[in-house]
Ligand binder design. Structure first.
Ligand code: GLU
Ligand code: ZN
Length: 470
């Protein structure tokens, strides 16, 4: 479906109270893809009104993680706390219109008067509208008490229906919320209020966010109506569940999105993995960014929770590494990850480095692993997985050295000479190949011998075979 009736403008609105959670990154991604698919705008807003818990370095980490994934804001990032005077202005405007009012009840008074209500296992204090009787009086002048500002839920409101584009219509009865607070007694604004004011200011057309916010949506819809703003379209994303089937929390080891960068996952692979958490396009698993953009629709988002599967992420990353050119992986490893490729492999030509990357990219799960493989290959093995060579094996390796000295290290010639050698020695390639692999890498499980020999080069191959046979 194309949303051509109004320009698509979506936002990702993280609170900088921690690192960017993997679920947050998925929310950002869905917004980003939705915006790109519909030629709309993807905006970022930092929700830092909770001064105690917000920290600048978290803001920076969140922005860095988004930019690592090439999901920067299309417009200047909105910092919510910088809009404080506007929030105050609108709160007071609502008061002057009789849509909000001052409440002077202290938490203790409230607790004594109304007690706790338990709903779906959660106990809370349901405000009783007591201070409506003071409407028209001025705090500080007529009443000397600290106050909060509460929204006056319209008397006529019996229910609010959220038309959720992912979950369908959801009805909330008015008794599930009370005259909620817009501004606290210290003047700091509450989430439900500022989110509406700022989303309207940013002309957000679609609010796509985690399911945990669904509970807030009816209050926000009432605020949109009270402020005279057009109500945006809502879509709430299913939760990401940890391996135990419980909601993945910020404390989960796998939860910090930036860690995946450090571990050597490609950003587009991580995004490819995340897009499939709750969204499907037939049974396609591997997507390029442009394929994701072309096929992403909110109609394809499932309303059910999605299981986080670290093994599948490894597989997706491996597939993207395999599909990447050696040059691209080289640039990413040295440029983005800052891995010292040029310094570490100074004895290798660029062509050799690329050949080594091509050889190991299919065998590694992450770029960090690939880099470690290259480092190992670059060093002469210190240990061998196959020890105690027999006398015959040693003699075989010695003859092999003689052959290699006379061989041009060109793929075809090398292949042909080795085959000939096996025939002459009356052995199978299976007898010789493990010895070559172990001499070059120390390991039995290694890439094909011709590729390995080509990467190591003639002199180094002979030197390694010599060291092994010694
Ligand atoms: N700041 C909220 C959060 O980080 C997001 C609110 C929203 O998307 O409406 O959960
Ligand atoms: Zn009150």
């Amino acid at each position: 479906m194309m949303y051509d009736q109004k320009p698509v403008r979506v936002r990702f609105a993280p609170s900088p109270t921690g690192m960017l959670h993997i679920g947050g990154l998925r929310t950002a991604l869905f917004n980003f893809l939705f915006a790109r698919h519909n030629q709309g705008s993807f905006l970022v807003r930092i929700e830092d009104t909770d001064k105690e818990r917000s920290q600048d370095h978290y803001t920076q980490m969140i922005i860095d993680t988004l930019s690592w994934c090439a999901m920067g804001s299309d417009e200047t990032i909105v910092i919510q706390s910088e809009r404080h005077s506007e929030h105050l202005r609108i709160a007071h405007e609502l008061i002057s219109q009789g849509k909000a009012y001052y409440c002077y009840c202290s938490p203790d008074e409230l607790q004594k008067r109304v007690g706790n209500v338990t709903r779906e296992g959660v106990s809370y204090v349901r405000y009783d509208g007591y201070c409506k009787r003071f409407i028209g009086l001025q705090p500080g002048k007529d009443i000397e008490k600290p106050y909060v500002i509460r929204f006056a839920v319209p008397e006529s409101c019996t229910q609010v229906v959220v038309q959720d584009i992912i979950k369908g219509p959801i009805t909330f009865n008015a008794d599930t919320f009370d005259d909620f607070i817009l501004l606290r007694s210290d003047g700091s604004p509450m989430y439900n209020f500022v989110v509406v004011v700022d989303d309207a200011f940013m002309r957000i057309s679609h609010i796509i966010r985690g399911e945990e916010h669904l509970i807030n949506t009816p209050k926000q819809i009432l605020l949109y109506q009270a402020c005279g703003y057009a109500v945006p379209t809502f879509g709430h994303l299913p939760l990401i569940l940890g391996p135990d089937g419980a909601k993945m929390s910020k404390r989960d080891a796998a939860a910090n999105a930036y860690d995946y960068k450090k571990q050597g996952y490609l950003p587009h692979a991580l995004c490819n993995y995340l897009v499939r958490l709750g969204w499907a396009h037939g049974d396609q698993e591997i997507f390029t960014l442009s394929e994701m953009i072309a096929s992403f629709t909110l109609e394809g988002v499932s309303s059910k929770g999605a299981l986080f599967d670290a093994q599948k992420l490894d597989w997706v990353n491996g597939m993207h590494m395999k599909n990447s050119s050696a040059q691209a992986l080289y640039d990413y490893m040295s440029g983005v990850l800052g891995l010292p490729l040029a310094n570490n492999f100074s004895s290798w030509s660029m062509q050799t480095i690329f050949a080594a990357i091509d050889l190991y990219k299919k065998r590694s799960v992450t770029l960090q692993e690939l880099f470690n493989e290259l480092v190992q290959l670059h060093h002469r093995p210190q240990r061998y997985e196959l020890n105690n060579l027999t006398h015959e094996q040693k003699k075989l390796l010695e003859s092999l050295m003689t052959l290699l000295v006379e061989t041009h290290f060109v793929a075809e010639e090398l292949t042909q000479k080795i085959k000939e050698f096996c025939r002459n020695q009356q052995i199978g390639l299976g007898d010789l190949a493990p010895l070559i692999r172990v001499s070059l890498t120390g390991k039995k499980d290694a890439p094909g011998i011709y590729d390995l020999m080509m990467v190591c080069g003639k002199d180094e191959t002979i030197a390694r075979v010599h060291a092994y046979a010694a």
